[in-house]
Design a protein. Structure first.
Length: 193
């Protein structure tokens, strides 16, 4: 019976130690979060580098206000996009505005249908569908259509925890048979709030 009592005390002690560790960990996380600066993404510009008008005609408007940056526009897609089309996405960073950009996160070329089923479905579609007649992530090929975007907000809170100070470039290219048809560059920087 004495041994059983010691065993119960040992279990209780371990439980109390576990609770103490959890409380200490929560305190450390909260303290660290209070000490770390909060960052925000500031949109600088979008650059249409290449637009093949036999593939798509794109008109994009950037709306800047106190509420942030919003995008409106029309994309007239003139061809069906299937897995014979690929997307290249490069995320680059520089320490300052005049610095050299280095790859931060190279993403392998993605076939359009594969991109739609994974990245587009998980990270883009839900919010985009609120502001546009966005194609379904489950439909492939993405059939030719005119897509209209109305005041789509740049929502940096979705990736805020990943932000670090610096200047960013996001290059997005659409290719067919290794021939670049459309290319856009989005530039912005991260600063402390």
């Amino acid at each position: 019976e004495l041994q059983s009592h010691h065993k119960r005390c040992d279990i209780k002690m371990r439980f109390y130690l576990l609770c103490l560790c959890i409380i200490a960990l929560e305190y450390a996380v909260v303290t660290r979060a209070e000490e770390e600066p909060s960052y925000k993404f500031v949109f600088d510009q979008i650059i249409p580098v290449k637009e093949d008008e036999e593939v798509a005609k794109i008109k994009l408007e950037v709306i800047r206000s106190e509420d942030g940056v919003k995008f409106s526009g029309v994309a007239e897609q003139l061809v069906d996009l299937d897995n014979e089309w690929t997307l290249n996405i490069l995320l680059k960073i520089a320490e300052d505005a005049n610095g050299e950009y280095n790859w931060l996160m190279p993403v392998p070329a993605l076939r359009v249908c594969d991109f739609m089923k994974f990245y587009y479905r998980l990270y883009i579609y839900e919010l985009l569908a609120k502001y546009a007649n966005a194609p379904s992530p489950f439909d492939c090929p993405v059939v030719k259509n005119t897509y209209i975007l109305k005041e789509y907000p740049l929502v940096s809170k979705n990736f805020k925890k990943f932000l670090q100070p610096g200047y960013y470039q996001l290059e997005v290219s659409l290719l067919h048979e290794n021939d670049e048809k459309i290319k856009y560059i989005v530039e912005g920087h991260v600063e402390e709030e």
